[in-house]
Design a protein around this ligand. Sequence first.
Ligand code: IPM
Ligand code: MG
Length: 358
Amino acid sequence: MAEGKKVLAAVGEAFGVAFDCTDHLIGGCAIDATRAAGREATALPDETLAAARASDAVLLAAVGGPKWDTTEPGEPRPEQGLLAIRKQLGLHINLRPVHIYPALAAASPLRPDLLGGVGMLIVRELTGGLYFGERERRDGVPGAAMDGGPGIYCSDKCEYTEGEIERVVRYAYDVAARHDGGRVTSVDKANVLECSRLWRAIAHRVGAEYPSVASNDMLVDNCAMQLVANPGQFDVLVTENTFGDILSDEASMLTGSLGMLASASIGEGTALFEPSHGSAPDIAGRGIANPLAQILSVGMLLRYGLQMDDAADAVDAAVEAVLDDGWRTVDIADEDTPADHILGTVAMGDEVARRIGR
Ligand code: IPM
Ligand code: MG
C-alpha cells in the first residue's frame, strides 16, 4: 500500500492534482483495533465503511494473516471485512486484466510461444454465489441417511438470481463490443449445477443482443485446462464468483506472478481497487513483496474511479518502463536477471514513481 500511495503522490505532482487520501482499517488490523478499543471485534468497522462510501474511490491492500486464521465459529476473520465491503458498496463486478509484459515472458512458467497474443479481461461476479450463501455446520443426525454416515454436517449454499447474472454478463458484452473483434467466453458448470444452467441461458440471451461480439460457453474444468494449453484464445472471460476467484489466480501465472494482477471492483457507487493477491504471510516483513499489482491497481483507480485516463496511462507506462529497464522483484526474476537488478518492495516503488511523467 505504501508503494501504491507513493505512485499516487507522484501522479498528483505530475498532473497537478491534490489527492485527498485518508487511511482506514479493514481486515486483521481492524479486528485488533476494535477489540483493543473494547468494542465488538470486527473486520469492517463502521467508520471505514462510511469513509469508503464518502470517497470517490477506494484503494485496498490485503487483509489476512496467520494471526487471525481461525475456524472457530463466531470468531471474526479478516476476509469478512473484504466480503462485507464488496457487498456494502454494491461492487457486483470485478475486473482482472491479464496483461503480458514482453519483458516478463521468461518469468512465466509457460513456454513463451504459448504467450504470444495473450491478453484477456476476467470479469468476475463478486457479490453472489457461494461466497454469500447461507452456511451451516452442525452435528449430523446420528444414523441419518447421508452418504458417509453421521458426524458433523456442513453446507454452503450457492445462489444466483437472474438479475445478478444478467448485469455482470451484460457488462462483459459491453466491454467486448467496444473492442474490435472482441469475444466473450462465459464459463460455467452447466453440466452439473443449476446456477450454471441459468447462467448459461442468460449468457445466450444477452449475447444475442450483441451480434458483433463472438461468444462461446466453456465448462470451468475445461477452462482451467485451456488457460494453460491455449491462453491466447481468451479475450473477455466472464464467470461467477468462485470460478472467477480460482481462474484468476491461475491466469495470473501467465503474467509471471500473482504479484502482477491488479483488479477493479465496480458497481453501484464508489468503486474499489485492489491487487488480486492476498497478504502473502510467508514473506511478510521481509521487504521483498512485489508492489506492482498494488501500483497497477492505482492505475485502475485513476482510470475507472476518477476518469483520469492520461494519469492511468502514465502509471501503466511507468511500470512497463521499469520492467523494460530490467528491474525485477524476486517473484518475477529469472535465471538471467543480474542479482543487482532484483529489488525490494520500496526500491521497486521508487523506480515506478520516478518514471511517472505526463
Ligand atoms: C480474491 C481473494 C479473496 C476472494 C479472499 C481473500 C476472500 O482471494 O480477491 O481473489 O476469494 O475473493
Ligand atoms: Mg482470490
